[in-house]
Each structure stands twice: as C-alpha cells, then as structure tokens.
Design a protein around this ligand. Structure first.
Ligand code: BG6
Length: 491
C-alpha cells in the first residue's frame, strides 16, 4: 500500500538553529517536500534564542540544504518553495511569556500540531509545561523527543514523568533514529514475511548472533556531551538494544505500534542481568588512543579538542548478551560498537548451527554452518552464505562457501534509500508510533545498562586502550574466542 497524507501540519521546531536541525531535520523535511509529501498549507515555525530574522534564517537554511542534500537531489526551486513554509521566532524556551507568539502564529487551528524538541532533554519538561500554560497544545498535539532520555533509569523516569504530566503516551514520539533506517525496518520484513526464516529463528537452529555498529569518526566536537554519556549510553542503551529486540522478538500479531512494542519489551525484560562476577567474561570497555583514520593520523580520545585528559569514559563496548527465554536460551548475542574503528559499518550476522550429521571431507567441517549477513550500512543488503560443491572434475565433493546476495542499490536500482529522519518525520505526520520507542522500552533498556555501569563504577577500572583505526581492545577478541568463535570481519 503506497501511503499519502493530506494532513496539514504546523511544526514547532525547538532548537531550530542547532546541529540536528541543520544536518538532519531540515534536509529530511526538504526531501518530504520534494517527494510531494508535505501537504499544502503545512508550515514550520523555527524556534531558537538567537536574535535573527525569518529572512536570514531562510538564507542560511538554503545554503545548508545545498551542503547537506546530495547534488542530484537538490533543486533550488523546490528548496525555495520549502523554505517559504519556514518562519523564525526568537524564543527563550524557559520564559512562558514568549509562548503567546506561538499561539498567534497558529492561524489554522485544524492543522495538526507537531512539537519537535531538538533540545537537551533537560528542556523537555519546561517546554511541555510552557506550551500547556499558554494553551499552545491540546490532546491531539504530537510531541517528538530525541534520545538520550536521561542518563539512567531514574533520570529517564523524571523526564518521562514531566512529559507525562502534559501528554498522554500516544502523543509522544521518542526517536531512536535507527528505527527509521530502511534496512532496520527490513528486519521486520525479513523475519515476518519469509516463512523460510521464521521456522529457523530460534535456539534449535541458531548458534549465536553478532551485532556490530562501528564508526570510523571520533567525537567530532561533541566532547562535552559524549564524555558524560560514553558509548554505552550513547549507542548500546538505544540503537544496539533496539536492533537486538528486532532480531530476537516474537512475531507480533500485526504491525500496530503496540503489538510491535509489546514484543520488544518482552525481549528487554528477558535480558539476563550482568552481575559483577560475570563482568570479565561478558563485557569489554575501551577508549581509543592516537592512531589512524582513512590513512591519516588522528589524536586519541584524551587529546581531542576540549578533552579532560583524565577522562575514563569509554568509546568502545563489546558485550555478550543472553536472553533468558524459550526461544533464545543458550544463544549468545555478541554486540560491539565503537568510535574510531577501521570503517563505518553496521551489520548483523546470524550464525546457523551445522546440520546434525556431517558427511563431507573432515578438514572442511568448520565451513558447515550457514550465515545470514544483514548489512544495515553502508551497501545496504543481505547475503546468505551457503555451501556448494567446487566445480571441476578433480574436485570431488570439496565444499565452497558462497553468498546468495541481495544488494539493494543494485537490485532495486531506481530506489533512493531515504534517510531515517525522513521516514520518522513522515510517520509523525501520519500519527503512526510503530517506529518510536515507548516509555517502558526506554526504562527496561536503562535497567539493564545501569547494572553494567554500576559494575564498572564499583570496579573502578579504566577502559582498555585501543589504537584509533583498529577493531577495539584485544580483550574484545578474547571475549568471543573464549567461546570458540570469532568476530566476522568479512566486510
Ligand atoms: C547517534 C549517536 O545517536 O548515532 C552518535 O549519538 C553516533 O554518537 C550516531 O555517531 C550514529 O548514527 P549513524 O546513523 O551515523 O549510524
């Protein structure tokens, strides 16, 4: 079913001059315009503290769009038309008086109202209260908030309570932008539209699962934020656990938001807590030192601009997660993510168990398990590694492992893969919450991650070092080889 929306939306964009708005939100809205998905009459009110004007903001956005939208997708006329929808308003977010201007701007009360808080989470409660106090929102308003929701379970509860005082859960759209990636949604299609996999998706057939989200970039001027968070809060608590949930969840009854989220929550609840005595075997934390990236020398984490030289914040985490339920008992999920790794690469590898009885040459027995490789980025696609016979009269029944390959850009050549934020903004406009995170998901994820962070604190050990441009501390390799396995690096 191809989707269209004629819903006219008024978008209040808090933090409109910030990094997220510049790099992701405005380009995504531009693409929606280009695709004809912004209904006539939809408007955007850009809100920030800077004393500037609508004209200046439009000019600035024009050149930023030029920079962030690929040349082949950039059309100056469409950009002008899109920017015609944007107005700017100076606002001190904590001053209720200023909010009256927002109500006046809303000259068409029937337009859906979307509030996008591209601000630090500490502002969410203040903005929500001020919008309510000045009658700028109602029970139909949709509110979009960004991760991180807090820095632990307790602080996330405070933020969610503050939002909950003004909005019902079905008005809240908590973003985890990984859920907006086409290939991440493809996990749902792969698993639940292909019975071939459905019948193989459990501990009887799968030996283990690997999830890698590697980045080659370092901290990129975000030291202040990142040093408070570290890789476990920045990536594991949200993106990696969401991927794990999509791989591990039971089939939902339908595609509705709550059916999907109920199943994800069951996985999070079943995650085995990592106790202090398991830490050595189950978790590795690392921090990069000077090394190379793309062949050029780069500084270590502690030498980055603005760095606190004594920081013990981790830029890499590898861990072994176990899910205590019927489907996954005994199947480890090896997860790793880090900054300044050799390349940008997100992939999931499903390792299937070998056939129960092996009849080929003994020296090839190690080849005898199928792997499903799901490449989330770059080169989005999938490959199923299967075994065939080597060709040639002299080869007997020698085996060879080769892929059944699906690379989306080659197979579906004409289709542009939209950015995650395009999909997510579009779903907000349609009022569909299935790609957004429910409060209980956030809280169960924190509960699991808090335990690990607590164990780190108690042990007081610094992170293990790894040189920029390598795959993390050697301890991460040792963690998986202890189980007789290895990371799949056939990128
Ligand atoms: C963000 C993190 O949520 O995701 C960043 O805060 C990280 O630290 C980014 O770089 C990675 O996203 P993507 O889409 O580039 O894989």
């Amino acid at each position: 079913m191809v989707e269209h929306s004629n819903t006219r939306c008024d978008i209040l964009l808090f933090g409109a001059l910030g990094d997220l708005a510049r790099r992701k939100l405005f380009p995504a809205l531009y693409h929606l315009e280009r695709a004809g998905l912004l209904a006539a009459g939809s408007r955007i009110l850009a809100l920030a503290r800077s004393q500037t004007t609508t004209r200046e903001v439009r000019e600035r956005l024009f050149s930023q769009l030029r920079q962030h939208v690929k040349d082949r997708d950039f059309d100056p006329e469409i950009a002008e038309a899109f920017l015609g929808r944007v107005e700017y308003c100076v606002l001190d977010f904590s001053d209720p008086q200023g909010y009256h201007a927002l109500r006046e701007w809303r000259d068409e009360p029937n337009n859906e109202l979307i509030v996008y808080m591209a601000t630090p989470p500490s502002m969410y409660g203040v903005i929500a209260r001020n919008l309510k106090a000045t009658d700028c929102c109602n029970e139909r308003t949709r509110v979009v908030v960004e991760k991180p929701i807090g820095h632990d379970l307790e602080s996330s509860r405070v933020i969610n309570d503050e939002l909950g005082e003004v909005y019902r859960e079905n008005q809240l759209f908590r973003i985890d932008h990984y859920l907006g990636k086409e290939t991440v949604q493809n996990l749902i299609a792969l698993r639940f539209a292909n019975n071939l996999f459905a019948s193989q998706w459990d501990q009887n057939h799968i030996s283990h699962v690997e999830i890698t989200v590697a980045e080659s970039v370092g901290i990129e001027g975000r030291w202040g934020y990142f040093d408070q968070a570290g890789q476990i809060r920045d990536m594991i608590q949200n993106h990696l656990l969401q991927l794990l949930c999509l791989i591990a969840m039971d089939p939902p009854a339908d595609l509705s938001a709550d059916s999907i989220r109920d199943e994800k929550v069951k996985v999070l609840k079943a995650l085995k807590q990592i106790s202090p005595d398991m830490m050595d075997q189950y978790v590795v934390r690392g921090q990069y030192t000077a090394g190379t990236s793309d062949g050029k020398p780069v500084p270590g984490y502690l030498q980055e601009e603005g760095a606190n030289r004594g920081s013990a914040t981790e830029t890499f985490v590898a861990l072994k997660a176990e899910i205590d339920n019927w489907r996954w008992s005994g199947v480890p999920f090896y997860i790793r993510t880090g900054k300044r790794l050799p390349e940008k690469l997100s992939q999931i590898i499903i390792h299937f168990k070998p056939a129960p009885h092996y009849i080929f040459d003994p020296d090839q027995q190690h080849l005898a398990n199928n792997k499903l490789i799901i490449r989330l980025q770059p080169d989005e696609g999938m490959a199923l590694k299967i075994l065939t016979k080597e060709q040639g009269l002299d080869k007997g029944m020698r085996l060879r492992q080769g892929p059944l390959e699906l690379t989306f850009s080659e197979t579906f050549e004409a289709d542009r893969i939209p950015d995650a934020y395009e999909r997510l903004l579009w779903e907000v406009m349609k009022g569909n919450q299935y790609l957004f995170v429910r409060r209980d998901e956030v809280e169960y994820a924190w509960r699991w991650v808090d335990r690990i962070i607590g164990n780190w604190k108690d042990r007081g050990e610094p992170p293990k070092r790894y040189a920029a441009g390598t795959w993390g501390p050697v301890a991460s390799i040792a963690m998986i080889t202890r189980d007789g396995r290895s990371w799949y690096e056939d990128a």
